[in-house]
Design a protein around this ligand. Structure first.
Ligand SMILES: NC(=O)c1ccc[n+]([C@@H]2O[C@H](COP(=O)([O-])OP(=O)(O)OC[C@H]3O[C@@H](n4cnc5c(N)ncnc54)[C@H](O)[C@@H]3O)[C@@H](O)[C@H]2O)c1
Length: 433
């Protein structure tokens, strides 16, 4: 019998992507330019949008659906046709910051129900090392009645796409892949090579591939935490962090990290998967947890610093109006998941300040549903302080007079979390991390 790769290429086999979000939809469409694809999602509303060439995550254009051999469905029966399953469902954390594997186990149950002899399952969701083999494969076996390796193959290939980034795209980022044996590893790598022009790195095992992904984000989180901690120290010293970074950055091996709020569903979440696994193995990860503590505290720190500066101006925080510009977890995206702006907002409200949050990208209904406050589309006026929290394209070019226009009597405080206006603010009181 020919290999799964040959069957996919000859359209004798079908690839299915389970979970069509930021990760799943782009990979499904990219494959659908080359081979036959089923796009499966449990959310019927999202499936309907995709059938009409609309990306519910607002990342892709209508044209990206053109010429794709893809069938979108929420019907389990239609999944039976597939032979190569890619799982790209969310892997969030719960209220106790522990891995929430419900979507992953749900998707494994779905795939298990339709799995046939000779099929492949590749997980793309970010997980701790060991998750695929210890948590997912038993579900596939139990649901299908089939035996792992004898009847079906499993692999892991983490996703590295960066939402909002039009330069580093799925095709242009080297992909890490792995399989459960030499043959499966090669078939999986070759399949990804159909769409990833930058190439595929063959990791030596599933666990190695899982660990590689989780440490990419953990390394970033810890590095940003260090710079955040330094920025707290520099604030006490009365020096500007960006001035220090500019000076230190002239050394060839100084790493270029900046302070800021670490939100979103990857960098602020994935390290908890690793610390959870470490704890299970009897090791308490001190550095990673310290980094998480620092980064998770930054929103409250920014709120408190803003209030202190308002008081120092002789104003009563209870009577002050503050504008936060930006609600999404990063620039130029509409994604508000795990946005740390919420912590800034909560801290300011705990001092009874009146707070408006404006964002051109965030959906006000979604923000209200998630966080119990609404964003506004246009900033008002007569504010005592403005916090520019996200460096959206729309904000980068603003000048001092535009902020003066929004502030009461043209005076007040500008908090520039991303340091985008450094050296450009002369009349207003200016503070950055
Ligand atoms: N978004 C990113 O930038 C990014 C980058 C790299 C890795 N990742 C990882 O990729 C995974 C997916 O993240 P995402 O951002 O694409 O998530 P997402 O929330 O954008 O999309 C997930 C999709 O899965 C669907 N879904 C949930 N449970 C399901 C189930 N049981 N069966 C079928 N569909 C289901 C949802 O309806 C949704 O459409 C996560 O593990 C994440 O950590 C994300």
């Amino acid at each position: 019998m020919s290999s799964i790769y040959d069957r996919l290429v000859n359209k004798e086999a079908t690839l299915a992507v389970i979970g069509l979000g930021y990760v799943g939809l782009p990979i499904a469409l990219e494959f659908a330019k080359k081979i036959k694809v089923i796009g499966f999602d449990i959310n019927e509303k999202r499936v309907d949008m995709m059938r009409n060439s609309i990306d519910p995550s607002n990342e892709l254009e209508k044209e990206d659906f053109d010429g794709c051999d893809i069938h979108f469905t929420a019907d389990l029966n239609e999944l039976r046709e597939a032979n190569f399953y890619i799982v790209a469902v969310p892997t969030p954390i719960d209220e106790s910051r522990l891995p929430d594997l419900k979507p992953l186990i749900g998707a494994s149950t779905t795939v298990g129900k339709v799995l046939k002899k000779g099929d492949y399952v590749v997980y793309e969701s970010t997980v701790y090392p060991g998750c695929t083999e210890e948590d997912c494969i038993p579900v596939l076996e139990a649901e299908s009645g089939l035996k792992f390796r004898d009847d079906f193959m499993v692999g892991y290939s983490p996703e590295r796409i960066n939402p909002g980034d039009k330069v580093n795209t799925l095709a242009s980022i080297v992909k890490v892949s792995s399989g459960c044996c030499e043959v499966s590893a090669e078939n999986i790598a070759k399949t990804y090579e159909l769409v990833v022009t930058a190439g595929v790195h063959r990791a030596s095992s599933i666990k190695v591939a899982e660990a590689a992904k989780i440490i990419e984000n953990t390394q970033r989180d810890v590095n940003i935490a260090l710079i955040n901690e330094l920025s707290i120290i520099f604030n006490k010293l009365g020096i500007n962090t960006y001035d220090v970074l500019e000076a230190a950055g002239t050394k060839w091996n100084f790493l270029n990290f900046r302070p800021g709020l670490v939100g979103g569903h990857c960098i602020g979440v994935d390290p908890y998967y690793l610390t959870h696994k470490a704890k299970q193995l009897g090791y308490h990860a001190k550095i990673i947890n310290s980094g998480r503590y620092v980064n998770d505290s930054m929103g409250f720190y920014v709120g408190k610093q803003t209030v202190k500066k308002i008081i120092a101006q002789g104003k009563n925080p209870m009577e002050s109006r503050i504008l936060i510009m930006g609600a999404t977890f990063k620039e130029d995206v509409s994604d508000i998941r795990n946005s740390k702006i919420v912590d800034v907002h909560r801290e300011l409200e705990s001092f009874a300040c009146k707070v408006d949050v404006v964002d051109p990208h965030a959906d006000p209904d979604e923000v209200e549903h998630e966080y119990n406050f609404r964003t506004i589309k246009e900033a008002g006026s007569d504010y005592d302080a403005i916090i520019v929290a996200v460096n959206h394209e729309e904000y980068v070019g603003l000048d001092e007079s535009e902020f003066e226009g929004m502030l009461k009597d043209g005076k007040g405080l500008l908090v520039d979390l991303k340091g985008i206006y450094k050296g450009k603010i002369n009349r207003l009181e200016y503070w950055s991390l």
